[in-house]
Design a protein around this ligand. Sequence first.
Ligand code: AHR
Length: 508
Amino acid sequence: MNPAPALTAVVDIDVPGPTISRHLYGHFAEHLGRCIYDGFWVGEDSEIENIGGIRADVVEALRSIAIPNLRWPGGCFADEYHWTDGVGPRDERPRMVNTHWGDVEENNHFGTHEFMALCELLDAEPYISGNVGSGTVKETSDWVEYLTRAGDSPMARRRAENGRREPWSVKFFGVGNEPWGCGGNLTAQQFSTLARQHATYARNHGENSLYRIAAGGSEDDYVWTEVLMKQLTRGLQDPSPSDLYQAISFHCYTMSGSWMDKGSATEFSEEEYWTTLARAERVGEILAGHVAVMDAYDPAKKVGLVLDEWGTWWNVEPGTNPGFLHQQNTLRDALVAAVHFDAFHAHADRLRLANIAQTVNVLQSMLLTDGRRLILTPTYHVFAMSVGHHDARRLPVNPVRAGAVHEADGREVSTVKVSASTKDGTVTITAANLDPTSSAVIELHLRGGDGGVITGAQVLTSADPRDHNTAEDLDRVAPVPFEGAVWDGGLLRLDLPAASFVSLQLSA
Ligand code: AHR
């Protein structure tokens, strides 16, 4: 006899919902620790295979997960970054001290041209973060002109002198970063005045149309969001948003401890495991809070919500520079990502962009570099297994029998998660079992169409949620074919191992 299902749900194949933008699977690269230097950039003379100084294996790995966008140069670094320092001959570029991150010297060898070349190699949209904290409105204006203006203009000529005649296409432009903290210690009122000025002069040149993103609050700071909605869009009297801003962002990190002692990336108890997942689950509530505020001012959902920094933040790897934020990445991190993606899909009609922090060697990375070796983290694999959701239409998953819950950190955590979407006649299903000790069965009744043939089924799991990949053990946590998906009398049955993430396609 089959065990009782942990969740039974109906998936309405013929009622597709909003499109899940591929940009919800975006990334972030800051001049922090070994993210840029050693991560993306090794320089043209490196013995490590590179394309014009950019690590070839990193490019290949990120192309394999269809990286949709990359945010740069920060983070807190963005508000100390003066873009003119990062153009022109590399050996003549001014140096600076990266006071935020490790107090190390920054040689500016990776600048605008190198970043845009990286985006071209990745086939990803650049997301440029402008400097409001210590930058001027003129710097913002000139940078946008330098990047995007064709023909003959002072900045277009300067760009051509530096080797690039054609303008680049830049869609996403962020104004400020954490202005309530490292980005200037401003109030929401003060920031909105500055943000209006910067956005005014971040012009659309020619055909290039910017998607301007105003830096938002931290976690559940709904007041910040409300002030920006009032000050940067036209407000309740006229529900159509002004042309100044297309989106408002916020940041939300996950840890099992406090900001002073965040917890270890690899050494954690079962209780800390559950606390982490309970805190990750909070992102759904926080998204709902920001959405509710925005709905009051913009019921037509024209202004986008952006979560441009999310992910786990642990105590740094012992023995590494505390300012470099280097941490390992276990199966627990992968499941945190799965919890976030479920919440992102649920809010796909308002959430337009999200960026995990950060791509290489910093915080919840996709990739860790160790000399010539490249380590794909468990989180990387969740991104890889979710590509089917990119630009697909969300399908409703309606529980018939509620899923199992576990109480942790003062909340009830749903231990099983399911997302479904459809694109080009193929249904993608992803599911997670957060329970670290018990397997879980999910039964899905796919209503409104033929179920289809199960293809590409994969599972990511391991004996212990603390398991992770190292240079000596690259595939300890890596996806393998999944045999636990079967059609059972019209029901799709998924038999998920403990602590696992599964993805599959149903093709007609
Ligand atoms: O991602 C690391 C840092 O976290 C960013 O620089 C900052 O925006 C946030 O506090």
